[in-house]
Write a protein of this length. Structure first.
Length: 244
């Protein structure tokens, strides 16, 4: 088993870098699981994403760099938001939701772009303040943006936006390219490939989901009574005006 792990991830568990690779590999595995579960509209997918954030960014931050929590906590909020947002869809069976599709609006696009930029800035954390982020290589920039796109896409998926799956695939494919250029670790490359496959699988499965309808606001009895009284008063005023 150790030889397999060493060949796939080039690990040396006696070093900090080896432990970090293990944690991020476990995190990437949970992302794959989350994507496949969410493709089937399963609530457990959000729990898998929560585990992905804990296994990677949160534990790494607590073990090596507490400033990285500024990046890990927003990722955790994204996963929790997805769990809450899915709870608004009707439950079908034990964990599956009747997701309805929402369109990709201009507001959603602007929010997505702003979210990606914010995540990248938080990933640099203290290096953004000191200005040393300017010396980061283009591979680092692409990797940070790819990971931000990957996680931000789950916000769109949580809201029933089918295009979110394509953005998830874009983020995963960009990670494949970066990992291959920087350090072709077969294990990490494979996990990102499976993430892209899961994203395209989700995009395919969601093709026939019904579109979201405008919500119908149900009035309470008190609101109905007030509305009727206001209408009656308005009718009387109109009648009096016509008589005059």
């Amino acid at each position: 088993m150790e030889q397999i792990l060493d060949s796939l991830f080039q690990l040396n568990l006696s070093t900090d870098s080896g432990v970090q690779i293990v944690l991020y590999a476990v995190s990437a595995l949970f992302v794959v699981i989350a994507a496949f579960l969410l493709a089937h509209r399963n609530d457990l997918g959000w729990w898998a994403l929560i585990m992905a954030v804990f296994a990677g960014p949160i534990i790494n931050a607590m073990k090596y760099d507490l400033f990285a929590l500024f990046y890990g906590i927003p990722l955790l909020i994204i996963a929790i938001f997805g769990l809450w947002r899915f709870s608004r869809f009707e439950l079908k069976g034990k964990f599956v939701r009747n997701v309805t599709l929402s369109p990709l609006t201009l507001t959603a696009v602007i929010g997505f772009i702003a979210g990606v930029i914010l995540l990248v800035a938080l990933r640099f954390n203290v290096f953004l303040i000191s200005g040393t982020y300017l010396s980061a290589t283009k591979e680092i920039w692409v990797m940070y943006f790819a990971e931000a796109v990957l996680f931000a896409s789950f916000v769109l998926i949580a809201r029933g936006v089918r295009a979110g799956w394509l953005l998830l695939a874009v983020g995963a494919i960009a990670n494949v390219v970066v990992y291959f250029v920087m350090n072709p670790v077969l294990g990490m490359l494979g996990l990102q490939v499976f993430t892209a496959i899961a994203a395209l699988y989700g995009f395919f499965l969601w093709r026939n989901l019904p579109a979201a309808k405008d919500e119908v606001i149900e009035l309470t009895d008190e609101e109905k009574a007030l509305d009727a009284a206001a209408k009656a008063t308005l009718d009387k005023l109109n009648a009096k005006t016509e008589n005059n």
